[in-house]
Design a protein around this ligand. Structure first.
Ligand code: COI
Length: 361
């Protein structure tokens, strides 16, 4: 099967520079989209074809399109950063491309070649590079590649047609408070994913499943929900859309991948960044009892959430049915901020990229 090259059909009506600059001055998260998008089709027997870079626009779907009924959908999130010399670079797109392939396998979808995924992201960023926010701030251009089943029909089976798209959105802080600590509700009854399920795939269904528990967290006055494992209701898994890290002085722990935890690119990068800075960074099981006990006895000094959208966000108050505690003094921890800065320095091109993570356009 051939890999399509992406044909450019530029927008005849891009936003004016003044309109774009007004959006870039305060982009929020996921509220505004750039002038173009990439689309590539897949058809059984033909493979990937008709790669196009077209004006950003609504897509039209038959009401019986299978994704609307059976949720055969996967997505990714990665960012492009303005570099000090004005150029643009994306962060570890091949990691997202590889995870996209794993998600596709889990949802019985066709695998997009890694190089096509990267080519699609490159093409969109190159075309819409005026949308990449200025160097040095919190802002970046968030890329959202995704794939949907587009066969029309109500039979439950892997579709015979798919559409891959990449859209882009200028992004500021995911949480309105920026690096202000977020509060967490530990849900001990609702679960995000089960062993043998699709918790390690990046598919919309996992996020839909998290919304009720997220609403319950909000009703308890918390910003985010934290899930425990589905069998013992004991082991910390992840938040609704972010991984977690626990800081024990010089030792930094993230819950070990269990099959129901999403393998975050930021999670993985922080293992490397932390080791570069001389920390012991490990993947281990962490129980909610241990979390509460070690916070209360002071050995667990900091906790933070991490993800492409959230970058690194400190955790402040933690609540569970049996009580609550305060992580640190309610201020972002020193290690949290150090790791955050070290990662952002690489992404913004102000520190050496010794792992070869940045892809310059
Ligand atoms: C990301 O961090 O890129 C995600 O996909 C998570 C979502 C909460 C925005």
């Amino acid at each position: 099967m051939t890999t399509p090259t992406i044909e450019l059909k530029p927008s005849a009506h891009p936003l004016s520079a003044a309109e774009r600059e007004a959006i870039l001055a305060n982009p929020g998260f996921g509220r505004h989209f750039t002038d173009h998008m990439v689309t590539i089709k897949w058809t059984e027997g033909r493979g990937w074809h008709d790669g196009q870079l077209v004006p950003y626009a609504p897509i039209s779907l038959d009401p019986a399109t299978t994704v609307l009924h059976y949720a055969q959908e996967i997505f990714e999130g990665l960012k492009a950063y303005r570099q000090p010399d004005g150029s643009v670079a994306t962060f570890r797109p091949e990691k997202n491309a590889e995870r996209f392939q794993r998600s596709a396998r889990r949802l019985a979808m066709p695998e997009l070649p890694v190089e096509t995924f990267i080519e699609a992201c490159d093409a969109l960023v190159a075309q819409d590079q005026a949308w990449v926010p200025a160097h040095g701030g919190e802002e970046s251009l968030y890329l959202r590649p995704f794939m949907i089943a587009t066969e029309v029909g109500l039979g439950v089976k892997p579709a015979n047609e798919y559409l891959f798209l990449v859209i882009a959105s200028p992004a500021g802080a995911y949480f309105p408070g920026g690096v202000k600590p977020v509060s967490i509700w530990v849900s001990e009854d609702r679960v995000r994913a089960v062993p043998g399920g699709m918790g390690d795939a990046k598919t919309g269904g996992n996020y839909a499943a998290s919304l009720l528990a997220q609403a319950e967290a909000a009703a308890k006055g918390c910003d985010q929900v934290c899930y425990l494992d589905a069998v013992e209701h004991t082991w910390v898994e992840e938040l609704g859309g972010m991984n977690l890290y626990f800081v024990y002085g010089n030792k930094i722990v993230t819950p070990a991948l269990s099959g129901s935890i999403l393998e975050g690119v930021t999670r993985d990068s922080l293992l490397g960044v932390a080791r570069d800075l001389g920390y012991e960074a490990v993947e281990e099981r962490v129980s909610v009892e241990q979390w509460q006990r070690d916070s209360e006895n002071g050995t667990l000094t900091e906790v933070f959430a991490c993800g492409t959208a959230a970058v690194i966000t400190p955790v402040g108050t933690v609540k569970r049915a049996s009580g609550e505690w305060q992580q640190g003094g309610g201020e972002p921890g020193e290690v949290t901020l150090r790791l955050r800065q070290a990662l952002l320095d690489i992404q913004r091109g102000t520190a050496e990229d010794k792992h070869g993570w940045m892809r310059k356009l």
